[in-house]
Design a protein around this ligand. Structure first.
Ligand SMILES: [Fe+2]
Ligand SMILES: [Fe+2]
Length: 372
């Protein structure tokens, strides 16, 4: 920086006068600079101006500085948090890491091969009913929507952020997302391969073309706050797990039966992850998280409900193929989970009971007794 560009500052404003970082109750988990919080999110030149510096910085320097955003504020886990971050409802990094580690510890051993684990030479397509074939077609579309789903997660939880805390969180989550995405992609392709080998769609190119028609349509989870996103996925994972489980009880064709068992196990593990995430949100954020979860439970719709032609009729027909499948069961399972959480968290049990009562009332659910 040349002398002309050098910042001049009044004597009364000196970095030496900036109070030292505060500890203890001023920062819940670390050290902080709460007196600088009002400057959080400011660009460097604004930040300096606020500190009393004369900021006649040439455009070129401002341009160079504008790639950065200063984030003074509370330091948590050694990472500064600004006001925006404290408004973000995200799990503490250590908690998230524990869930992701737990998931991948199981998932890394839970493999099956979409090409080799299913023995196509044992296929008995004559044992499939027309309804079961249509059910396979329908769930292939649902699973095949993974690219849209995955990219939604990528845009909701980006790695490139101006916040170290958010980037760390999102990078940690990516360890889960990419593994989960791999498993969902395996579901989609295994179902497509099943359609091909079982002769449901014997032309592989035509099959891919049919799938891409739905896949190209835009997809949105419809919620953006992390507890909402994870609640939405929890419900979807439960719905698919229950559906595959119910369908497998009546399918006589042995290869499809085997595939449904693989799918059910994966979906059950996925549900387990999201269920623990949702529990942790309630433990960390209490009623704030509860209201977000409730909003999703009351407005939950499966992917494709608004993009696939004739979705409603197809969904009804599909449900008929899986006796015992109850489309409200995922919400009931969620409510039961919240109730159990209330037993562990007496301070929240009143709020949880009230939330569950509202959900039951709105969804016209009369009982959740006996729900696992
Ligand atoms: Fe799946
Ligand atoms: Fe899943």
């Amino acid at each position: 920086m040349t002398g002309r560009e050098r910042l001049s500052r009044p004597a009364t404003k000196d970095f030496a006068n900036v109070p030292p970082p505060l500890q203890g109750e001023h920062s819940r988990n670390g050290i902080g600079y709460p007196h600088l919080e009002s400057l959080a999110g400011k660009k460097p030149d604004e930040f300096l101006r606020n500190l009393g510096y004369n900021t006649k910085i040439p455009d070129v320097s401002i341009k160079a500085l504008h790639g950065m955003t200063l984030t003074p504020g509370i330091a948590r886990d050694g990472v500064y948090q600004d006001n925006k971050e404290r408004n973000r409802v995200q799990l503490p990094l250590a908690r998230l890491r524990q869930h992701v580690d737990d998931y991948n510890r199981l998932a890394d051993d839970a493999n099956w091969n979409r090409f080799k684990s299913l023995h196509w030479n044992e296929l008995r397509p004559e044992l499939l009913t027309e309804g079961q074939k249509n059910a396979v077609v329908f769930v292939t579309y649902v699973e095949d929507h993974l690219p849209g789903y995955f990219s939604e997660y990528q845009s909701l939880f980006p790695i490139e952020t101006d916040s170290m805390s958010a980037s760390l969180h999102n990078r940690e989550l990516f360890h889960f997302t990419v593994r989960w995405g791999l498993e969902e992609d395996r579901h989609a392709q295994a179902l497509a391969l099943y359609q091909y080998h079982a002769g449901i769609e014997p032309d592989r190119d035509r099959l891919e073309e049919k799938l891409i028609v739905e896949n190209r349509k835009p997809f949105s989870i419809g919620f953006s706050k992390p507890p909402q996103v994870f609640t939405y996925t929890l419900l979807q994972e439960k719905a698919t797990q229950l559906y595959y489980q119910s369908l497998s009880r009546v399918v006589k064709e042995p290869v499809l039966n085997r595939l449904l068992v693989y799918l059910t196990k994966d979906e059950s593990r996925h549900f387990g992850f999201f269920s623990e995430m949702v529990d942790s949100f309630v433990e960390s954020y209490g009623e704030k998280a509860l209201s977000l979860i409730e909003e999703v439970a009351l407005n939950y719709k499966m992917p494709l409900h608004n993009t696939m032609v004739d979705y409603r009729r197809k969904a009804i027909l599909m449900a008929r193929e899986a006796p015992g499948y109850d489309r409200n069961l995922p919400q009931k399972v969620l409510m039961r989970q919240l109730k159990r959480l209330g037993d562990r968290l007496p301070d929240l049990s009143g709020a949880i009971d009230a939330s569950v009562a509202r959900m039951m009332d709105t969804l016209r659910i009369t009982t959740i007794e006996g729900v696992a």
